[in-house]
Design a protein around this ligand. Structure first.
Ligand SMILES: [Zn+2]
Length: 153
């Protein structure tokens, strides 16, 4: 089998940030990298899970909700994939991620969709952990732009 595109990215050079992973027709896959690969520091399962619930809830209620295809965590626990239609610009995609992470940072109360009947592992959540990751990424994304979205070769 052929190696898929995301395995061809040099993970030794990958820094925290937001990248264009691939484009398939009118669907853009963004790589939102929250931890440097293979450095021993990963998002915990609980934090990643809570982050997923809050990120998806915010993005799917935002003004860009019609362009959101999918948002989900990477199995390596170093980031998220966000799939959007190309009817929103790269700049607006960065804004959407930024605003989602701000929402997570400020979130208080009951995690949406985290009742036993709504979730596949409702015990495994970590809101404080998710907030720390969001805070860290806000710092990175506030200075992010289109030119930085291309993977370093
Ligand atoms: Zn869940």
């Amino acid at each position: 089998m052929k190696k898929i595109a995301s395995f061809q990215v040099d993970h030794n050079k990958l820094k925290k940030g937001m990248y264009i992973s691939r484009i398939d027709g009118d669907i853009i896959t963004y790589d939102i990298r929250m931890k440097e690969p293979n450095k021993g520091d990963y998002v915990s399962n609980g934090a990643l899970h809570t982050f997923e619930h809050l990120f998806a809830t915010y993005a799917r209620n935002s003004k860009f909700k019609g362009s959101v295809i999918y948002i989900g965590p990477m199995g390596c626990r170093t980031g998220f994939y966000m799939l959007l239609r190309d009817d929103i610009s790269y700049k607006k995609a960065i804004d959407l991620a930024y605003n989602s992470f701000k929402f997570i940072c400020e979130f208080e109360g009951e995690i949406p969709g985290a009742k036993e009947m709504e979730c596949g592992n409702y015990i495994e959540h970590d809101l404080e952990g998710a907030k720390l990751v969001a805070e860290d990424m806000l710092d990175i994304l506030k200075n992010w732009n289109e030119e930085k979205m291309i993977y370093e070769k």
